[in-house]
Design a protein around this ligand. Structure first.
Ligand code: DHB
Ligand code: FE
Length: 312
């Protein structure tokens, strides 16, 4: 009596898209994505997959470690809400944001380096005349007189260039973080004169910590890193026919210039904050003590655009 085989017929396996060994995983995944029509998307995701796979082959995580890594990324999302973007913060403390900013802001031809816009840029800064003061309360910090010239890369001045600034208070808080400050305190928009010169008065800012109540704070603690940024003033400098400059100027006497938690301190962005102990201020009727800061900006010819404020 003939017995029929109960074994299902084996198909012969010749497909290139089955997994066989570590290296094959990357090849199979890349092949699965090869039909992406958007060329940039195809290139970027293929590179991302290749580098992530190489990263995993290098660190060889256990299953538990892989779960911990994914849980860290999920926690970034959970800690993100209207007033805190933990994903951006993670990119900042890993140096990713500063790397991209540095790649996208060449310092050729004397151009001023760029720096992060940061999470505290707000729209509708008060409009001021040059020489005005951006301090709207009786803040106890030392006054700071800021002045400089805006130029293009061939050295000619940019008349009427727009200079917008924002900064933290002498206790290290932006207006929107501090209910005791008037709305849009320590923010202002100015226009340079016909010779490209701007000047305004403010108060010396203090350094401040990034938020440490989320997963990024835990990472910083594990790395024995402090969460502070050195004292700085944010600037947006713009002129028609020029690429808008988003940058920050740091106080040269800050003790943590070399350990900015977001790696923002470009050598050329350290400004000379000079303490003047006697005599009158450079304008207005203020007497010493005060600080002065002289800082010039050089923009490159290009398209004038404006950054989107991350908050209202
Ligand atoms: C700034 C603050 C941050 O918390 C950050 O991650 C990046 C920049 C800033 O305001 O300078
Ligand atoms: Fe800042």
């Amino acid at each position: 009596m003939e017995t029929q085989s109960t074994q299902p017929q084996r198909r012969s396996v010749s497909s290139l898209s089955l997994i066989e060994g570590e290296e094959s995983v990357t090849e199979v995944v890349l092949r699965a994505m090869a039909r992406t029509e958007d060329v940039r998307l195809r290139t970027v995701v293929a590179s991302l997959v290749s580098h992530l796979h190489d990263f995993l082959r290098e660190v060889r995580p256990s299953d538990e470690e892989f779960e911990q890594g994914l849980a860290f990324i999920a926690a970034l999302g959970h800690a993100t809400h209207a007033t805190n973007n933990e994903v951006v913060l993670a990119a900042d403390v890993l140096g990713l944001s500063t790397l991209v900013t540095t790649m996208n802001n060449s310092t050729q031809d004397g151009r001023t380096p760029g720096a992060l816009l940061g999470p505290f840029y707000r729209p509708n800064a008060p409009r001021y005349q040059c020489g005005d003061c951006v301090v709207q309360d009786d803040s106890p910090g030392l006054p700071l007189f800021v002045s400089g010239t805006v130029r293009t890369t061939d050295g000619t001045v940019l008349p009427n260039a727009m200079v917008e600034i924002w900064q933290a208070s002498p206790i290290g808080l932006y207006d929107n973080q501090d209910p005791r400050q008037p709305d849009r305190n320590l923010r202002g928009m100015f226009h340079a004169d016909a010779e490209g010169n701007y000047h305004f008065r403010t108060v010396r800012p203090a350094g401040y910590p990034v938020p440490i109540d989320g997963p990024v704070g835990k990472l910083l603690a594990a790395q024995h890193r402090h969460p502070y940024r050195p004292a700085h003033i944010h600037f947006i400098v713009a002129a028609p026919g020029h690429r808008t400059l988003v940058t920050q100027v740091f106080a040269d006497d800050s003790e943590i210039l070399e350990s900015d938690v977001t790696f923002g301190v470009h050598r050329q962005l350290v400004g000379a904050f000079q303490l003047v102990e006697t005599g009158p201020g450079p304008w207005g009727d203020l007497q010493a003590p005060f600080y002065t800061l002289q800082f010039d900006f050089t923009l490159e010819p290009g398209e004038q655009t404006f950054p989107t404020p991350p908050i209202d």
